[in-house]
Design a binder for this molecule. Structure first.
Ligand SMILES: CC(C)(COP(=O)(O)OP(=O)(O)OC[C@H]1O[C@@H](n2cnc3c(N)ncnc32)[C@H](O)[C@@H]1OP(=O)(O)O)[C@@H](O)C(=O)NCCC(=O)NCCS
Length: 150
C-alpha cells in the first residue's frame, strides 16, 4: 500500500524543528540555538509533511519583502530517506496555494539541489549563483501567480 503523506499548514515550530535540522543542517548539533532563528520573525508560518504523525519534511514562509515579492520561503527540507517521492514538490505547492490565497508573490534563496523542483513549479531564477558558508551554492528564485514583474 502507498504511504500516506499529509501536508499540514501552520504547524507549531517545535513540531518541525528536528526535521528541519536533520534535513537542512545535519552538520549542526541539536539544541535551542539552532532553533532560535525559527521564531525570530513572528510572522513565520511553518508547514510540515507527515507520514502518519511523523514529521518527514518542512517548509516555512515569512513576511520579508524583497525582489518585488512579499513572502520569503525558508527551510525547505525532506529527510534523506524520504526524498525523490514528490514530497518536496507537495510542500512547495502548499506554499504556492497559500500565496494565491493571500495574493502575494514568493522569493527564496535556493540550494542547487532544489532548483529543479522550484523550476518545475514555475519559479524564475534571478541573478547569479552565490555561495553561503557551510551550505553551498544558491540562487535567488521567485514566483507569482500573476506572472513576474521584472
Ligand atoms: C530539495 C529537497 C527538499 C527536495 O525534496 P524531495 O522530497 O526529494 O523533492 P521531490 O521528490 O518533489 O523532487 C526531487 C526529485 O525527485 C523526483 N521525483 C518526484 N517524485 C518522484 C517519484 N514519485 N518517483 C521518482 N522520482 C520522483 C523529482 O523529479 C525530482 O528530481 P530532480 O531533483 O532530479 O529534478 C530535498 O532534496 C532536501 O531536503 N535536500 C536537502 C536540503 C535542501 O537542499 N533543501 C533545499 C533548500 S532551498
Amino acid at each position: 500500500m502507498d504511504k500516506v503523506v499529509s501536508i499540514r499548514w501552520n504547524v507549531p515550530p517545535d513540531e518541525v524543528a528536528e526535521v528541519r535540522r536533520l534535513s537542512l543542517y545535519p552538520f549542526r548539533p541539536a539544541g535551542p540555538e539552532i532553533n532560535d532563528e525559527m521564531t525570530a520573525n513572528s510572522g513565520t508560518i511553518f508547514a510540515g509533511a507527515f507520514l502518519e504523525n511523523k514529521p518527514i519534511g518542512c517548509i516555512a514562509v515569512l513576511p520579508e519583502p524583497k525582489y518585488d515579492s512579499q513572502w520569503r520561503i525558508r527551510w525547505f527540507g525532506v529527510l534523506t530517506e524520504e526524498r525523490g517521492q514528490g514530497i518536496g514538490t507537495k510542500l512547495v505547492e502548499a506554499v504556492q496555494q497559500e500565496a494565491v490565497n493571500n495574493q502575494v508573490s514568493l522569493w527564496a534563496e535556493v540550494r542547487i539541489k532544489a532548483i529543479p523542483v522550484y523550476e518545475r513549479l514555475g519559479f524564475e531564477s534571478l541573478g547569479d549563483f552565490f555561495d553561503l558558508p557551510e551550505i553551498g551554492v544558491h540562487r535567488v528564485m521567485r514566483w507569482s501567480s500573476n506572472g513576474l514583474r521584472s
